[in-house]
Design a protein around this ligand. Structure first.
Ligand SMILES: [Zn+2]
Length: 317
């Protein structure tokens, strides 16, 4: 299996009027990529600038960030040709690697805009190297800039940041600096293409927590009535758990629960309700993890606050 480490640069509308007139928010103007084999050795590279079809003026902020002028894109090929070649170049057996979680969505959005054959019909599993850097070298939660990671690891500077090929190259160097193979088990999922049915739903365990990504539901009510969404089996042993604090919400978007496994003790469940980008429908991301006493305390307090603000509202009305 190859690692396709890629980075995109995109432009956006230069003014509000242009923004309102166009369906596309970000137009890709550069693709840069590095191919690593299963030993993480570089075997190939891909780089091409793209002639824009939607935004013909460079957004000021974008232009300053990526140091690209419209004139440089004259004479380049259009997105569908470049993207088709890029997808072909990727081959068949690969995993996408990106710095952060935006690029795979934007690649798919732009390909859809031109009615191209999708990279995948299914939810794409990928490696977010920004996240892996944090897992390998920091606290798992922080999200650093690529430049920070390059400085931290003492990687030699080969070209300006915020250009697609240089950023793909630096991201590949960060990958080469992660020597603990278990770090690469921490996959991410790009939710532009969501599970199309129950059997495609994502259920994965990462050792200390589990993640579930649902199919799309017409609305929040339908999602929060679904058996699988509400299910709280222990992710460590698969057995049924006892409810301690049933699912509740403090803002209508996030739901929390505390359950108890006979073998593994207290577990915290969290549901995030999200809107799908493609169809504007509701889907659910649920995580389960073991809950230390302070975490339980935090959930109990959240629940108390909900109860109290409900009482307040009742008094007022
Ligand atoms: Zn258990």
């Amino acid at each position: 299996m190859n690692y396709i480490v890629f980075d995109l640069e995109w432009n956006q509308a230069a003014d509000l009027k242009t923004k309102r007139e166009n369906d596309l928010t970000f137009e890709i103007i550069e693709i840069g990529a590095v191919k690593l084999n299963d030993k993480k050795e570089q075997t190939d590279s891909f780089h091409e600038l793209i002639k824009p079809q939607v935004f013909h003026k460079m957004n000021q902020v974008t232009g300053e960030l990526i140091h690209l002028k419209m004139e440089q894109l004259e004479g380049c090929r259009a997105f569908p040709d470049v993207a088709a070649d890029f997808v072909k170049w990727c081959g068949n057996d690969y995993v996408f690697c990106t710095w952060g979680n935006l690029d795979i969505t934007e690649l798919q959005v732009n390909m859809d805009y031109y009615n191209m054959t999708p990279v995948s019909q299914k939810t794409i599993r990928f490696l977010d190297i920004q996240k892996l850097f944090s897992i390998a070298f920091e606290d798992k939660k922080s999200r650093r800039t690529l430049q920070y990671a390059v400085d931290f690891l003492g990687i030699g500077i080969e070209g300006a940041f915020h250009r697609a090929y240089a950023d793909a190259y630096y991201t590949a160097q960060v990958i080469k600096n992660i020597h603990d193979d278990s770090v690469f088990l921490n996959y991410s999922f790009d939710t532009y293409c969501l599970p199309r049915n129950k059997s495609e739903e994502i259920k994965v365990s990462f050792g200390d927590y589990s993640k579930y990504i649902s199919r799309e539901f017409p609305d929040k009510i339908a999602a929060m009535e679904d058996k699988e969404v509400l299910s709280c089996k222990c992710f460590l042993c698969g057995k049924k758990t006892k409810k301690k604090i049933p699912w509740f919400t403090n803002n209508g978007k996030n739901y929390y629960t505390i359950v108890s496994c006979a073998q593994h003790g207290a577990l915290k469940g969290k549901i995030r309700l999200r809107k799908s980008l493609k169809h504007n429908k509701t889907y659910v991301v649920k995580t389960m993890r073991q809950a230390a006493p302070d975490v339980i305390c935090d959930i109990v307090n959240k629940k108390k606050q909900v109860r109290e603000s409900r009482k307040e509202r009742r008094k007022k009305s």
